[in-house]
Design a protein around this ligand. Structure first.
Ligand code: ZN
Length: 269
């Protein structure tokens, strides 16, 4: 019975509940809308699309011009021949073509004479005559040049003595006031030219050397003398014709020719 009374009041309760449910539903809807709005605001930063950073820039390598050495070389102008100086009528440079040992590295002595000697021996060389001279009390080889005859040095070989390298006064001719030692260039040919003739190569070398010295030191031909022309002595022997040497050298210097041309020499008689 009680149960039936309770059943009678049920429609009123249901309406109340329905009302309540309606309010709750409305509240949920408001909350939901607010939550959506708030949520949008709260997530506005986090949900922004990521900043689109520019991707790393990878520079492509610059194209390198191809290197074509051959092509470049062929584009260069060919070297042009330097203009040649006008032909000179001057005498050849005295030192041109001469051995370096003929040109000392010290200031030149004042040379005004060329004195020609023989060694008065069948054999010899600069080293051997140097010993002979030292044995006689000389400071060293007295001549400035020695021209060999093929015995102890080459036939026609011109040896330069230590005096010439130092441009030191000579010890080969003490005539007069010693002028030929002080300012005379002493040249000795190996041989005894009272007995034998100088070899053609010795004469060739002698003329070549005399011509060089005349040009280099401005020595006139009349100052080319045999030892016997300065004092009483048989040096350089009757078979060495000093006058012929003097004439040949003078002609070569006057004509401005090279002293190295073999056809410039006549055999000394
Ligand atoms: Zn002499």
């Amino acid at each position: 019975m009680t149960h039936s009374a309770h059943t009678k009041s049920s429609p009123r309760l249901a309406a109340s509940l329905a009302w309540t449910e309606l309010h709750r539903g409305a509240a949920r809807a408001v909350i939901l809308v607010m939550a959506i709005l708030a949520g949008c605001q709260m997530n506005s930063d986090a949900d922004l699309p990521p900043v689109r950073l520019s991707p790393p820039v990878v520079l492509a390598p610059q194209p390198v011009p191809a290197y074509h050495p051959t092509a470049i070389a062929t584009e260069r102008p060919l070297p042009q021949a330097l203009p040649q100086p006008a032909a000179s009528h001057l005498a050849p440079e005295p030192t041109a073509g001469v051995p370096a040992s003929w040109v000392p590295n010290v200031p030149a002595n004042h040379w005004t004479w060329i004195i020609i000697h023989h060694s008065d021996s069948a054999y010899g060389s600069a080293a051997i005559i140097d010993k002979w001279h030292r044995d006689r009390g000389f400071d060293e080889l007295g001549y400035h040049f020695v021209i060999g005859n093929g015995t102890n040095s080459g036939d026609g070989q011109i040896e330069v003595g230590p005096r010439w390298t130092k441009q030191k006064w000579g010890a080969h001719d003490n005539a007069l006031d010693n002028r030929y030692n002080t300012s005379g260039i002493g040249i000795c040919l190996v041989g005894n030219f009272n007995d034998t003739r100088p070899t053609p190569k010795q004469i060739h070398s002698l003329v070549r050397l005399v011509v060089y010295l005349m040009r280099k030191y401005d020595i006139p031909a009349d100052r080319i003398l045999g030892h016997g022309e300065t004092k009483v002595t048989q040096c350089p022997g009757r078979y060495l014709n000093v006058a012929s040497i003097r004439n040949q050298a003078e002609r070569i210097v006057a004509e401005g020719k090279s002293s190295d041309s073999p056809d410039q020499y006549a055999e000394s008689r």
